[in-house]
Design a protein around this ligand. Structure first.
Ligand code: ATP
Length: 338
């Protein structure tokens, strides 16, 4: 196993008028070459901030510290913005949820694809166009040559997302980060794009971080899983461990929200987790999920709650591991503070 990306003890804080928001709290994970790691959790759990910290794209109000952020053994912390800019695209690329926000409406697809390569590598426009056509075909776009002349608004959402994937691949990055890449698409297109991402990732032997709130998506593409809640890692494991032997009640709750072939009874209503993810502002302690968790006991508020590491990939943060996956009905959510 070759480690491509290693993140250790990552913290991201945002300075807000209401206080410091602890968006990412002590998050560690490794992405292997040729494998997909999924960061999963509801909206507001800190998944995007984690990805942005790796990409060096945090908002100005954010401060970030980590024991390690290494890509192929190279420390990414403390690099100048110029140096980070050369890494982005060239060695790691990001695919966002809504391609329209990443594509420039004023430039043709061809211009944007060509620029994605010529900005980073000393190649001619003709060579860059050839690579663009090759990659558009790879991502399943027919008539690739004529597509280069089109503008983003002339394409469907699914095609735009395929183009974003092609753009991410222009420089042959070793790491691709896909942040909710299918959320803005309709269901049939979602399945196609996921399949495409997964096959491209394998064919090009890249590492991928797939960010999603949907364990159904995770099931289709991930090798390893990091479950996040309120900025923290609450459980990690490989895909089989997470689906067959979830430990944390939050993971169990997420699993109850999706149909599992062979497990979910036909016609049975799927579950939901009442309440919302608390905003992690101010001082926090104990398990942040405790106010939504039916298994909660007073010890869940203990200050010393730590991640328990079972093996290299398997860990959980819970005082009653595996006790029950039941979710408190009618809970309103709450912060880890209190
Ligand atoms: N620009 C910002 N200003 C203030 N708070 C922010 C900003 N961006 C994110 N946050 C807060 O940081 C925390 C983590 O957000 P983040 O976007 O990383 O979560 P997420 O799990 O990726 O959810 P989503 O899928 O909705 O993006 C949340 O509490 C969120 O409200």
């Amino acid at each position: 196993m070759t480690i491509l990306l290693e993140v250790e003890h990552l913290f991201v804080d945002l300075a807000l008028p209401a206080g410091t928001l602890h968006a990412v709290r002590d998050v560690s994970f490794k992405v292997e070459k040729g494998k997909t790691l999924s960061l999963v959790g509801e909206s507001g759990c800190g998944k995007s901030m984690t990805a942005m910290a790796v990409m060096g794209l945090l908002p100005p109000s954010a401060s970030c510290r980590a024991a390690k952020i290494e890509l192929e053994g190279e420390n990414l912390q403390g690099l100048s913005e110029n140096r980070m800019a050369t890494y982005r695209g060239a060695r790691m690329a990001m695919i966002f949820q809504e391609p329209m926000t990443s594509l420039d409406p004023c430039y043709s697809i061809g211009n944007q694809l060509v620029e994605a390569l010529t900005e980073h590598q000393n190649v001619s426009v003709t060579e860059a166009e050839e690579r663009a056509v090759y990659l558009l075909e790879k991502v399943g776009i027919t008539g690739a040559g004529s597509r280069l002349k089109q503008y983003p608004h002339q394409l469907s959402g699914g095609l735009r997302q395929r183009i974003m994937i092609a753009m991410g691949l222009m420089c042959g990055p070793s790491l691709i980060i896909a942040d909710e890449p299918t959320t803005a698409l309709d269901v049939t297109i979602q399945a196609q794009i996921l399949k495409l991402l997964s096959s491209i990732q394998k064919e090009f032997n890249m590492g991928m971080i797939l960010i999603t709130h949907d364990l159904g998506v995770v099931a289709r593409v991930a090798d390893d899983v990091v479950v996040m809640y309120c900025g923290e890692v609450v459980e990690t494991g490989n895909i089989d461990e997470i689906f067959t032997n979830p430990i944390h009640p939050y993971t169990k709750g997420l699993l109850e929200c999706i149909p599992v072939p062979g497990k979910t009874e036909p016609g049975k209503k799927l579950g939901s987790i009442p309440g919302i993810v608390p905003t992690p502002i101010g001082e926090l302690w104990g398990c942040s999920f405790r106010n939504r968790c039916r298994s909660a006991v007073p010890e869940c508020a203990d200050k010393g709650l730590k991640l328990t590491q079972i093996s290299d990939k398997r860990s959980f943060r819970c005082v009653r591991p595996g006790f029950s996956g039941d979710i408190k009905v009618g809970a309103s959510g709450g912060t880890g503070a209190g």
